[in-house]
Structures are given as structure tokens and as C-alpha cells.
Design a protein around this ligand. Structure first.
Ligand code: TYM
Length: 329
């Protein structure tokens, strides 16, 4: 069972990235040691980040974040997408068997256009590259948040288009994997997202983070009145960070009344610190040793590329693309 996922280095990682995706990635590396691949999707970020130094910085930051949060390079492969240039070749091959209509239906493309991002071909082709990322490793399981599910469904379609066109079964149909945090709300209650400006970032200093958490939007029910935990943005985070027993306790406190939202927010801030405090220290140490982090990324890429090359060998053969072996050792 091969597990694969990716994260764009297009800004600071936030609680939605962690709870929806990275937490699953870390768990799955233990369940599938040596068969979990996690990469930093820097080709994808070119659709939005146009400052080369910033892209390099954000790429390093995602590596540090992953390692600080518990990615174990002896179990999982961590690497930069750009160290596997074969994915761009596969994306092109997939483009030749995929109808334009499929890409036009992508929610994320429509959302981005609606937010005023220029409709480049890169933005439109984004799902082709994502499908290539997944299919080039014959991945079975793709742990993500809900916003990525449509892309994985498109990947399933594209694997089928290729296999049908070339009468083969080279590309493997992947399945998405969601956990209980498939849509983590931001401080305004919409999906937490960098582009909505509503994030709680993973490695900000404790003080501003606490301030951010205290600013989570709530309704105007007074302290003494009973409250509905199901519709509360603070409770949504409590539910994802606290233990089972504590969640039940808070649920009762909400329904009983006599509790202010401020109390629940303070607890979220504490839980945040309990969850990420140590990781913040680990991250600082890792940041002071960039060579070791680079070694981890190179080692991860070497292992991943071995798989990618084998699959591309089969793909090229299936469609009759010839490349000179002496030029591609
Ligand atoms: P990206 O970088 O936008 O997000 C990384 C991961 O975080 C999840 N996520 C969330 N989950 C729950 N609640 C939220 N509020 C929230 N915000 C983000 C995302 O669902 C994702 O799992 N296209 C991908 C990157 C990518 C990729 C891939 C992923 C490129 N190639 C191949 C999987 C497989 C993206 O932009 O994720």
C-alpha cells in the first residue's frame, strides 16, 4: 500500500494543513514504513509565488515544518517536487489524453479565477500536474483535506484515460483518504485558508497566536445562556485538539450555559501550545542545521525518483516515446 501526498510552499503552514493533512501523513508513515512519500509541491506554487527567493525560503520552511511535526526520514520519503522533473513529462502525456472539459470543471480553478488570480495555463493545468504527482509513484492512498478530493477523482479519470488509450494497466487508480478534520474552519468560520486571511499559523510565536485564537468569530449568545457547540467555530477546533473526555465535558458546558466563549478560546490556545510547543523548539534546532535538512530532501528524492523512473519507462514504452539511453543514464 503506497501512500503519497504533497503540500504547496505558497505561504506559512496553518492549523488546517496540519489537522487535515500532515497529522494523517505522520500517522501513515508508521503504518506504511518505507512506502510513504511526501513532497513539497514547488512546481505548483509557481502559479502564485513569483519571487524566487521567497519560493526557496517557503520550500525550506515546509521541510522544517514537516520534520518538526514528526516526519521521520527513516520511514517516509520527504522531497521537493522539482527534484523529480519526470512529473512534468507525465503531466504533458496525461494532457494529451484528457479532455479540456474535465479541467474546466475544477472547483479550485473556478475559485481562484473568482478571486482575481490570472487564469494562466499553469492554473488550468494544475490538476494534470497533481495527477502526475500521484500516478508516477503508483500511489494507492492520498491523504488530504476535502478541498483536494475533486483533484483525486480527476486523477482516477486520467489514469483510466491513459490505460484505455494505450490498452494497458500501467497507471494505478488512487483513493483519497480523509480524516475527521477534512474542513478545518478559520477564525471567521470559512474554510481555513491562506487566501481568505483567516489562518492560525503553525509556528507563529505564542503571543500573536493566542491573540489570533481569541479573535475567533462567535455569535452573541450571552454568558449565562446555553450554546450550540455544533455551530461554534471555537468548539470545532476544541473537538480537533482535545481528548475525547474533554470534548464531552465542553459539549456539556456549552449546553448548560454559564460559560463564555472566552473560556473555550483560552483552552484552544492552551491546547495549541501543548500540541505545537515542543515542535516549535525542534523546528528552531533544525533550522540551525540546514545541511542536514538538505541531505534528508536529497535522500528522499533519490528514493522517490527510482520509482518515478521505472513508471516513466513503462509509460514511454506504452505510448511509443523513444529516448536515447545514453542521454538518460
Ligand atoms: P495545499 O498546499 O493547499 O494544502 C495542503 C494540504 O492541507 C489540506 N488543507 C486542509 N485540510 C482541512 N481543512 C483546511 N482548512 C485545509 N486547508 C488545507 C489540503 O487539503 C491538503 O491536503 N494541490 C495540493 C498539493 C498537491 C498534492 C499533490 C496533494 C500537489 N500535488 C498530490 C496530494 C497529492 C494543494 O494545493 O494542497
Amino acid at each position: 500500500m503506497r501512500v503519497l501526498s504533497g503540500i504547496q510552499p505558497s505561504g506559512k503552514l496553518h492549523l488546517g494543513n496540519y489537522l487535515g493533512a500532515i497529522r494523517q501523513h505522520i500517522e501513515l508513515q508508521h503504518e506504511h514504513p518505507n512506502d510513504a512519500l511526501y513532497f513539497i509541491a514547488n512546481y505548483h506554487s509557481l502559479t502564485t509565488v513569483r519571487d524566487p527567493e521567497l519560493l526557496r525560503q517557503l520550500t525550506r520552511d515546509v521541510a522544517l515544518d514537516y520534520l518538526a511535526l514528526g516526519l521521520d526520514p527513516t520511514k517516509a520519503m520527504l522531497f521537493r517536487q522539482s527534484d523529480i522533473p519526470e512529473v512534468t513529462e507525465l503531466a504533458w502525456i496525461l494532457a494529451t489524453v484528457t479532455g479540456k472539459g474535465l479541467l474546466e470543471r475544477a472547483h479550485s480553478y473556478k475559485d481562484k479565477i473568482a478571486r482575481g488570480i490570472a487564469p494562466s495555463m499553469g492554473l488550468m493545468s494544475y490538476p494534470l500536474l497533481m495527477a502526475a504527482d500521484i500516478l508516477i509513484y503508483r500511489s494507492n492512498l492520498v491523504p488530504v483535506g476535502r478541498d483536494q478530493v475533486q483533484h483525486i477523482e480527476m486523477t482516477q479519470d486520467m489514469a483510466g484515460y491513459f490505460n484505455n488509450t494505450y490498452k494497458c494497466d500501467i497507471l494505478v487508480r488512487p483513493e483519497p483518504r480523509l480524516n475527521n478534520a477534512h474542513v478545518v474552519p478559520g477564525i471567521d468560520g470559512q474554510k481555513m485558508s491562506k487566501s481568505y486571511g483567516n489562518t492560525i499559523d503553525l509556528f507563529d510565536a505564542p503571543k500573536p497566536t493566542r491573540k489570533r485564537i481569541m479573535s475567533i468569530k462567535t455569535d452573541s449568545t450571552s454568558v449565562e445562556d446555553p450554546k450550540n457547540p455544533e455551530s461554534c467555530n471555537v468548539f470545532a477546533l476544541l473537538r480537533l485538539l482535545a481528548s475525547k473526555d474533554e470534548i464531552t465535558e465542553w459539549e456539556q458546558r456549552y449546553r448548560a450555559g454559564g460559560m463564555g466563549y472566552g473560556d473555550a478560546k483560552k483552552r484552544v490556545a492552551e491546547l495549541y501550545e501543548e500540541t505545537f510547543g515542543q515542535a516549535r523548539d525542534r523546528r528552531e534546532k533544525l533550522a540551525s542545521d540546514p545541511d542536514s535538512v538538505e541531505d534528508i530532501l536529497v535522500e528522499g528524492a533519490k528514493r522517490a525518483r527510482t520509482i518515478a523512473r521505472e513508471v516513466m519507462h513503462d509509460v514511454r514504452n506504452a505510448c511509443g516515446l523513444v529516448i536515447a539511453p545514453e542521454l538518460h543514464p
